[in-house]
Design a protein around this ligand. Structure first.
Ligand code: LMR
Length: 401
């Protein structure tokens, strides 16, 4: 019956992490999967989450199905977080938000919604991007194209080439953009560049689809949501997939949202209905627990303050590891070879290391990077920083290049 089922070679990120877990070496270092580790190399159980979970546990009880669109209080709190608080929420009743199974689930729901309701067939993703974007849109029946993004010469964004490409796209092309902390490159657009892009996309009737998995990991919770403000100001209709996996350290709970900003409230009502239909035929309704924790933290002032402080220190720790790695490497291999590190931001950087160098680091040094050469800086600690820098410098010697 299943003799024609092809062998699955595994996911480039998850499979590597499974290999890392099995690796018996004591000095191994995971710089692969995008998870935040603390200074002791552990995934934190954030204090705000612990306190919220404790409070919630006081009234644990029966758990009927949530509605297809998810928990209302959680969706309202999420909307206020990503679009600005109620007072500043310029999206108003034009925006609909449904709870999703992580941001990955939100991207899939959004892709299916656009395909079935707007007959979208073509999507443009950044060159490079998170590998799974490609798979999700292909699975939803799209032709996947790439727009120029990463500029290896500067470690930043090739903005002129990006604009040039978007200017030629037909209306209703779906354009996937990373709202902040670009994965895998760490190369970000400035606010002024977002404004140019937003105006262009609104004018040309393109469909921006923001993936915001790392809010709070680049500059701040508010600054990292600038792309949303900019698209709102430009009068664009757009989609946003956001995740709470990283900024709440709640990876296993799979909590996120899909929000769609519509031209008016009447359209928003029908859009919400169709999103509910996609949810129903995909997973029926989302799970409860993680959303309750996040809603509790976001809406309880003391917990919110604790969470924001914790997130600020996570971001600061990543930044100090970034600078620490840069300084050590620059001293060994010269500034020009690692000039990309200080200009990039967020959890990742794109090293440009080739497959031989990556293999050397994994096989000989127990340091795991994904095949694209992306490093997750959150896997660095003050205890492994010297070791990683020395090993990367060795990998950059001429015999490997
Ligand atoms: C990553 O890029 O490593 C993370 O977003 C985890 C994932 O789902 O791939």
């Amino acid at each position: 019956m299943f003799s024609n089922v092809a062998y699955y070679h595994g996911d480039p990120i998850y499979s590597l992490f499974e290999e890392f877990v099995k690796d018996p070496r004591a000095d191994k270092v995971s710089l692969s999967v995008g998870m935040y580790y603390d200074e002791d190399g552990n995934i934190p159980y954030m204090k705000a989450v612990q306190m919220a979970e404790h409070e919630i546990s006081q009234d644990f009880g029966p758990r009927p199905y949530l509605s297809m669109e998810g928990m209302q209080a959680f969706r309202d709190a999420s909307q206020a977080l990503i679009f600005g608080d109620n007072h500043n929420n310029r999206a108003g009743d034009r925006v609909v938000t449904v709870q999703s199974v992580g941001a990955t689930g939100a991207v899939r729901v959004g892709a299916d919604f656009l395909k079935h309701n707007l007959d979208c067939k073509n999507v443009w993703i950044s060159d490079f991007t998170w590998e799974t974007h490609d798979d999700i849109f292909k699975a939803s029946g799209y032709q996947v194209h790439r727009y120029p993004y990463y500029d290896a010469r500067t470690g930043g964004v090739n903005f002129d080439a990006l604009i040039d490409c978007l200017e030629k796209l037909p209306a209703r092309s779906v354009v996937v953009l990373h709202a902040c902390a670009h994965n895998p490159t760490g190369a970000e657009l400035s606010n002024a560049q977002w404004d140019t892009l937003s105006t262009l996309m609104a004018k040309r009737g393109l469909i921006p689809f923001l993936d915001m998995a790392y809010q709070g990991f680049s500059k701040s919770l508010e600054d990292d949501a600038y792309a949303l403000r900019s698209l709102l100001d430009a009068g664009a209709s757009f989609l946003v997939a956001n995740s709470f996996s990283k900024n709440f350290s709640l990876y296993g709970e799979r909590v996120g949202n899909l929000s769609i900003v519509c031209p008016n409230a009447a359209q928003a009502k029908n859009v919400l209905g169709q999103l509910k239909a996609v949810a129903r035929r995909t997973y029926s309704s989302p799970p409860t627990h993680g959303a309750r924790i996040i809603e509790k933290v976001l809406t309880t002032p003391a917990l919110r303050t604790t969470w924001e402080h914790e997130l600020d220190s996570m971001r600061a720790r990543i930044q100090s590891m970034r600078i620490g790695l840069y300084e050590r490497l620059a001293a060994k291999v010269g500034h020009d070879n690692v000039a990309y590190l200080p200009v990039q931001s967020g959890m990742f950087s794109f090293t440009g290391l080739n497959s031989q160098q990556i293999k050397f680091l994994r096989d000989e040094k127990g340091i795991y990077l994904v095949g694209s050469g992306r490093i997750c800086l959150a896997g660095l600690t003050t205890s492994n920083l010297d070791y990683v820098a020395e090993s990367m410098a060795l990998a950059m010697e001429p015999e490997f290049a």
